[in-house]
Design a protein around this ligand. Sequence first.
Ligand code: NAP
Ligand code: MG
Length: 407
Amino acid sequence: MKEKIAMDKPIVEIDGDEMTRIMWAWVKEKLILPYVDLKTEYYDLHIKKRDETNDQITVQAAEAIKKWGVGVKCATITPNAERVKEYNLKKEWPSPNATIRKILDGTIFRAPIILSNIKPAVRFWKKPIVVARHAFGDIYDGVGIRFESPGEAEVVYRSEDGSEVRAKLPKFAGSGVLQAIYNIDRSIESFAKASFRYALENKLDLWFATKDTISKVYDARFKEIFQKIYEEEFKDGFEKAGLTYSYYLIDDALARVVRSEGGFVWACKNFDGDIFSDFVATAYSGTLALMTSELFSPKGYYESEAAHGTVQRHYYRRLKGEKTSTNPTAIIFAWTRGLRRRGQIDGIRELVDFAERLENAVKVTIEKDRIMTQDVARVSEPPINKIVTTEEFIEAVKNNLEKLMER
Ligand code: NAP
Ligand code: MG
């Protein structure tokens, strides 16, 4: 047995819920711990733990990423009324992802994991489409009011110096709902910069789209800031690299994405990115489990995660004793991206190489051995050799990793 790869600084490890929590432990035990002398600072975001700590554990986890620079996160339950009952919670705690993103202020880049035997549903797509999701503000940090009778409402902005700006909504004829949302220039600027930087580093064009024809103040500000950052900081670099920056209306953008051949970063506002990252991943690979999700903050903080949820339905089946064929690929890639980042920052080549080998082991397992979980099997061409359980898949990846580690 070879010596384990040493680490210098820890990675912030954020554990989660249900099926992904189970897979998280398996991936660590089988695919990481035998090879890496893993250093982590562990935060347990299990829903009960968040409830016990009044969600302080989530804030602590985000602060730890600020301290150590690199975090890896498992999927977590965002409680709704049903979950409050199911887990006997004090309240509907906010989405941990939203809390962490708000503290780190970053942009999330979601890219499909491309495999030769998984053909995109959109037959024109040949190159990756990376969705860059602004991870701050808008409806994720807004307020809502439900009203029961006719009435009126206005939005009041009060500056710290006391001056006010007001805007009235049309009168309400009956009961209904309203919502107020915000964003701040600094965050939009860092979203723009992160998107341009990622595109330039990865030699991809950048697309940005909003609905500024309708949202003449809000979305128009996003458009303006992107244009300004482009001209001031990235135009030269883009031109030298033969890359382009294009702005579209969001509906036009979607149509163009579908008829494109890929090969660009699509920068999306928070909600658009929520929807379109799932759309692109599913259309690319037929499953959310074949997608990477990485957050880059302007201050250099980094977090990787699986983009899918806790796979609740599979978890309930497992609780009944059934073995499931849940795909751990996105969780494996959350770890590899975190380890790679740690290795890059700390200058540990072996860690970067290990991350690459583990990713390759997953690819070889699915592409060459044609061993896969049911979600991938459903969309694979040509037909697959073997549908396996999660445990069997991890074992097959481990066999390939062992071979790759010998080289
Ligand atoms: P989900 O966990 O993403 O699962 C939805 C369905 O997608 C599954 O039932 C399964 O389909 C398929 N799927 C997702 N991941 C898969 C995988 N790794 N392998 C195979 N199939 C996979 O979404 P959800 O069931 O709507 O949400 C469950 C919980 O997750 C919720 O409490 C939600 O709050 C939370 N959530 C967390 C995050 C996060 O932390 N990043 C993101 C989204 C949702 P089949 O059942 O058809 O096999
Ligand atoms: Mg989403």
